[in-house]
Design a binder for this molecule. Structure first.
Ligand code: WT7
Length: 617
């Protein structure tokens, strides 16, 4: 355990500061235990306190209606109204969004009044294109105020937004828009990242029949036509695709009002926000973090949210630190993979900036290793800021685990369930046993809803004392630099290469990215050794074209066959084990072509490193 005196001291200070605007008093562990116990016994009482933070057109009778089995039943309001209009009315001049672009001098400030005008403008464009309540609208945009405003514009008119990460390929974009029945797509022509121009509009397949709305020249206007569509407990806010065990990504549907209650409350309590906070989250609106904790939660509370569309290492690896200094950021939320990559650069790049405005640090997306935690705590936080290691998922909408009782902190231990959420570990898997407002409503094209009794997270976990430590995914999901990708998605893309007969992809640890993809590939006919470079390139290109450049396998081994069971199932456990250097091979008796194991054992030690191979020629 890593316990620092200074964090204990600072934690006390933090606790006092938190009392400033909060009713929950975090003096000691017992307070957490008590508030938690009551929140499970009577979730209604707990959530009703935070239902009051929402500006209602009609107030719901209770937080959870047992009969209707619905959160906020009877309540009427609108998510955009809560995130924009009510602040534009009261604190119109306050900065809602600070944007930093790719170049260091690119900066914009958008006040709540201006954000409202921008949202109304986009909403009226959507309406003029015939978009109505419940229509699905794609958003394929980089990190700009317009992208955030596009999400809010959909929320305003009751349309369901579907953000597709701007790094996803044309195929991935098309799949998401088609399977969710999207009516229109908001995009811009191009943007710059890391000094390079990225031509986004070119990625929209020309044979694809969808109403493309280009927002290159959006102006502020006050068009009364784009009025607010009031939402009830049954209405939806967005669909966001993520990877599961099946071959194709799944479209996760979230409600409007219960989701808003969950993200607003977790944000308020876990980060201990104050009205004057300047908050900077380095995620992207293409991921759930960018939905919940760049857009909705900070704007709901009327804070200033900083967004950045550049690369953290361009022109130098101090962009985050520079932005924190310049904007006096008080809460900074990033991913372990970003910390690890910035940790490699000279400490001076951090130390030359005044980061004393920081009060709370957060991480999300993957387990944080000790060395990254220590560096974040000492070098970035100057041993003064608690680190909120937050565990959650696209499906949970908002944070589930955090060091909520953090009188002391252990690197890599996310800690305690949020109030009103009952977690458990069953057969090594983290599960959620009760209803909470953040949980997704459905997987759109599969027409499935979450299991009533138990939500299985797919993550392995263990108790460390009474805290929960996350071990990582138990299913066929790979977490590469905090990006969640399915092994089956990789395999589909690899199998599209005409020389490939079949493939199996497994996750292996990677110092920088957390995990990376290791591919076993069987070819239709044997190749000469010097022909491999061509095939490797084809494989890498196919994953890039079908998924996106974030999804390239790093290692490939060409093998004559894959281990299979009598029914023809690939024995993935064995492949996972071998790629991870495993010696104790499981379930060998079920493999019918056991002669292949010997070959696998040898070839697995000599994989082709794709980035090297792709550099050739
Ligand atoms: C998966 C969810 C939550 C927003 C970003 C990712 C892993 C997430 C942590 C953490 C260990 C974590 C889990 C989870 N994960 N946060 N603090 N410690 N693992 O959302 O794309 O839906 O991925 O990310 O494996 O299941 P996502």
């Amino acid at each position: 355990m890593f316990v620092s005196d200074s964090i204990l001291l600072q934690r006390d200070k933090f606790l006092i500061l938190m009392n400033f605007e909060h009713e929950i008093v975090w003096e000691n562990a017992q307070v957490y235990e008590e508030v938690y116990k009551n929140s499970i016994k009577d979730p209604n009482e707990f959530w009703m306190r935070y239902v009051k933070d929402i500006a209602w057109k009609r107030v719901p009778n209770s937080a959870y209606d047992n009969e209707k089995k619905e959160w906020l039943f009877g309540g009427v309001t609108n998510v955009c109204y809560n995130c924009v209009d009510r602040h534009a009315a009261k604190t119109s001049e306050k900065t809602a969004i600070i944007w930093h672009g790719d170049e260091e001098n690119e900066r914009r400030e958008i006040s709540y009044a201006e954000l409202q005008q921008m949202v109304i403008q986009i909403a009226s464009i959507l309406k003029s294109h015939g978009i109505k309540k419940n229509d699905v609208v794609g958003i394929y945009m980089p990190m700009t105020p317009e992208a955030v405003a596009s999400m809010l514009a959909c929320a305003r008119i009751g349309a369901i937004h579907l953000v597709v990460f701007a790094g996803f390929s044309p195929e991935a974009l098309k799949y998401r828009l088609t399977t969710s029945n999207a009516k229109a797509l908001l995009t811009i022509t191009s943007f710059r990242r890391g000094g390079k121009e990225i031509k986004l509009a070119k990625n929209i397949p020309s044979d694809f029949d969808i109403d493309v709305i280009n927002l290159d020249n959006i102006s502020f206007s006050n068009n009364a036509e784009a009025g607010i569509e009031w939402q009830t407990s049954e209405d939806n806010l967005f669909i966001l695709y993520t990877s599961g065990s099946s071959g194709t990504p799944k479209g996760v549907l979230h409600s409007a009002l219960p989701y808003m209650l969950y993200v607003a409350t977790t944000f308020k309590v876990i980060f201990g926000i104050r009205r004057d906070d300047v908050y900077f989250c380095t995620s992207d609106i293409g991921w759930i973090t960018g939905h919940s904790y760049i857009t909705y939660a900070p704007l709901f509370h009327g804070l200033t949210t900083v967004i950045f569309s550049g690369s953290p290492t361009y022109p130098q690896a101090d962009r985050y630190w520079k932005i924190i200094e310049q904007e006096k950021v008080s809460i900074f939320y990033t991913a372990p993979t970003a910390i690890r990559s910035l940790q490699m650069f000279n400490k001076k790049l951090v130390k030359k900036h005044d980061l004393s405005s920081l009060r709370v640090l957060g991480t999300v997306g993957e387990p944080i290793n000790k060395s990254a935690w220590k560096w974040y705590f000492e070098t970035v936080g100057n041993k003064k800021c608690p680190i909120m290691d937050t565990w959650w998922q696209t499906e949970t909408g908002g944070i589930i685990l955090a060091p909520l009782r953090n009188l002391e902190q252990t690197p890599g231990v996310a800690g305690k369930p949020f109030f009103g959420v009952e977690t458990d570990i069953i057969d090594g898997e983290l599960v959620i046993k009760n209803k909470f407002p953040g949980l997704y409503k459905a997987i759109v094209h599969e027409h499935t809803t979450p299991d009533d009794a138990l939500y299985k997270t797919g993550d392995g976990a263990v108790y460390q004392g009474t805290d929960v430590k996350i071990k990582g995914r138990m299913d066929d999901v790979i977490n590469i630099s905090g990006h969640r990708l399915g092994t089956a998605e990789f395999e589909c893309a690899i199998n599209k290469v005409s020389e490939v007969k079949e493939s199996a992809v497994v996750a292996i640890p990677d110092e920088l990215k957390g995990q990376t993809a290791f591919a076993y590939v069987v070819l239709t006919s044997p190749l000469e050794r010097n022909d491999f470079a061509e095939i490797v390139k084809k494989i890498v290109n196919s994953t890039r074209n079908n998924i996106g450049s974030i999804a390239k396998p790093d290692y490939i081994v060409f093998v004559p066959d894959l281990p299979k069971t009598r029914s023809g199932k690939i024995v993935r456990k064995l492949l996972r084990n071998l790629a991870n250097g495993g010696e104790n091979l499981p379930e060998l008796h079920s493999v019918i072509n056991s002669e292949v194991i010997k070959i696998l054992k040898v070839s697995v030690k000599n994989p082709i490193f794709c980035p090297d191979m792709c550099k050739l020629k």
